[in-house]
Design a protein around this ligand. Structure first.
Ligand code: B12
Ligand code: SF4
Length: 518
């Protein structure tokens, strides 16, 4: 049987990396079946296109996975595939929380023949076998022989064949620049961000987060060896292409068990498996100096920190009181001292937020080492405690906000400001962090460091800008590059100066970002 796995785009932002679930399920597919992947972020496709694709390619089963914000598109694509006579199975966080919606038990409009609830590592082979026999069941749940929920162990995690997977669609380096950049600083002919998971689960139970409910508070890890082997494979591939690979450790909270994280990082270093890497770690776990040392030594360059708010009352309200705003500066400095920088994520529209929250937050941010601040609105995702609380209080203004995804739009009324005011705060945050002046200032903050750091922050800021400001087509990019021309020119001039002086000297390994091995 030929199987298509499809991940929809959200039509607004572009993902910079592929979705892991597609490669994971592909690797877990029993022999005898062929699996093809379409990620809508890289290969945009519409309803007519997918219907034509499944017909022309003799597809026997389509698997669709989506987060809440992509679910409306996922349903439309599922409808088109089913109308073409091909069965659809859906999985991922949204349909796990709302299986009846996908199966048409609420509205009568059915979008999927089957739904895979929760983690599908063990149910996927069964789904494929049932589909091949034409006997798909409606729901597949990860349960043991006694019907008790069973979270898959990650000890037998499959080897994802990253060395042979076609990753052309996820190359961030424009085609025209590739051949020239192949020779730049150890090879930048390609640059890709690849998702790798080292473990699953986070027990913290923040009120707005689906992770604790979905992956459970049972934390599970892959063996250090399987993670290290995966990194070595990726590193070898990057080298063979004269390119670069950065790994995004997509664990919910990469250092949730600091002892284990440290042992993994030590093994990465011992195996010379360092690549540039990014991970999500909560601020409280970054108090540990030894952990931060190992992060830097093993290739960590960006750490995503869910700061959420600088107001302890807000944090307590959403069960994230373990975040201590008073220590944010020290945490970020500890990272910056080791040349590791932070993506700091904030949510506005929280219950204790009032007008001016964005400026108050920016005042704090300006005192921290420069990084990548991002701003969003607190969003009631289905099946979260936040959703239940707001529903009970009658505060949901768009209880089914996912039926029509609107970026950066509240779905409930904040307590101390209006919805419009909350939207304005988010805009203020982005405007003042990603204007050409703000970008230039962030780049200047790295003036005392080697050029690699300035290139890193410039590219990252230009890309992250696109999370809020429409930046989808080439024209939008031309505009952004034009607006930031001065900063870009300064960096390019300095790069050429470095390059020429490098030509005159004995070749030496230049101090670029992080500690990626070679
Ligand atoms: C990496 C990641 C991202 C990446 C992008 C995704 C990517 N390219 O990988 C980035 C950083 C860009 C991102 C952004 C956002 N993310 Co995110 N992200 C994650 C994260 C940490 C890991 C995803 C992952 O790969 N997991 C590992 C894989 C193996 O798990 P999985 O995807 O769930 O797949 C398993 C099952 O669900 C199932 N499955 C999944 N799909 C399918 C399909 C079929 C057919 C079948 C059978 C089974 C199946 O099988 C898999 C194996 O068990 C998750 C949290 C988490 N741990 O999952 C949040 C998560 C998915 N993100 C979330 C959110 C809310 C967001 C944002 C909206 C945040 C924001 N406010 O901006 C944005 C939206 C991005 C967008 N595209 O519009 C929520 C989604 C909740 C929901 N109900 O939708 C999650 C769950 C985290 C949370 N805090 O609750 N995210
Ligand atoms: S620490 Fe992060 S992953 Fe864990 S529950 Fe809170 S928001 Fe979710």
């Amino acid at each position: 049987m030929k199987i298509l796995l499809y991940s929809p785009d959200n039509g607004v932002t572009k993902n910079f990396m592929p979705h892991l679930w597609m490669f994971l399920l592909q690797s877990l597919t029993p022999p005898g079946h062929e699996v093809v992947l379409i990620d809508g972020n890289a290969q945009p496709i519409d309803e007519a296109g997918i219907a034509q694709y499944v017909r022309e390619n003799n597809i026997g089963l389509v698997g669709i996975g989506a987060m809440t914000r992509m679910i409306a598109k996922a349903y439309r694509m599922g409808d088109a595939v089913r109308a073409a006579g091909v069965p659809v199975v859906m999985g991922g966080p949204h349909v796990t929380e709302m299986p009846d919606e996908a199966l048409g038990r609420i509205t009568g409009k059915r979008h999927a023949d089957a739904v895979a609830l929760g983690e599908a590592d063990e149910t996927w082979p069964k789904i494929v076998a049932d589909a091949a026999r034409g006997q798909l069941k409606e729901t597949y749940a990860p349960v043991d022989e006694f019907g008790q929920e069973r979270k898959p162990s990650l000890q037998g995690y499959p080897a994802i064949p990253w060395d042979s997977i076609d990753l052309n669609q996820f190359n961030v380096v424009p085609k025209f620049a590739g051949p020239m950049l192949k020779r730049f600083r150890g090879g930048w002919g390609t640059f890709r961000v690849i998702p790798v998971e080292s473990g699953r689960g986070c027990p913290y139970g923040c009120e707005f987060c689906t992770v604790t409910g979905f992956f459970g508070d049972s934390i599970r890890f892959r063996t250090n060896k399987s993670v290290v082997d995966e990194l070595l494979l990726l590193k070898a591939r990057a080298k063979s292409e004269s390119g670069q690979i950065a790994v995004f450790f997509i664990d919910d909270n990469f250092a949730i068990n600091p002892k284990r994280t440290k042992s993994l990082l030590r093994d990465i270093i011992a195996a010379n498996a360092q690549v540039y890497w990014i991970a999500q770690i909560s601020a409280n776990l970054l108090r540990d100096e030894e952990l931060v040392d190992l992060i830097a030594a093993s290739g960590g360059i960006w750490i995503f920190i869910g700061m959420e708010s600088i107001d302890p009352t807000n944090l307590a309200d959403v069960n994230k009181g373990f975040n201590k705003p008073g220590e944010y500066a020290a945490v970020l400095q500890r990272l910056a001292d080791r040349n590791v920088f932070a993506i700091t994520s904030f949510m506005f529209g929280m219950d204790n937020d009032t007008v001016g929250v964005a400026e108050r937050t920016l005042q704090q941010i300006r005192t921290w080492p420069a990084g990548l601040p991002i701003f969003g609105l607190i969003t009631p995702l289905p099946a979260t405690p936040l959703y239940a609380r707001l529903e009970a209080a009658g505060r949901l203004t768009r209880p089914k906000h996912w039926e029509e995804f609107i970026p950066f739009a509240m779905a409930h009324t904040p307590l101390k400001m209006t919805i419009g005011e909350a939207h304005a705060e988010v805009k203020y945050g982005w405007d003042h962090s990603y204007s050409p002046e703000a970008i230039a200032q962030a780049v200047r903050a790295f003036n005392h460091k080697p050029l690699g750091y300035r290139i890193n922050i410039l590219i990252a800021r230009l890309c992250f800008r696109g999370i809020y400001f429409p930046q989808m087509g080439p024209l939008a990019w031309v505009k952004v590059l034009g607006e930031n021309a001065q900063t870009i020119c300064d960096i390019v001039k300095e790069g050429f100066r470095d390059w020429f002086s490098g030509l005159c000297k004995q070749p030496a390994r230049s101090a670029t970002v992080g500690t990626s091995g070679d």
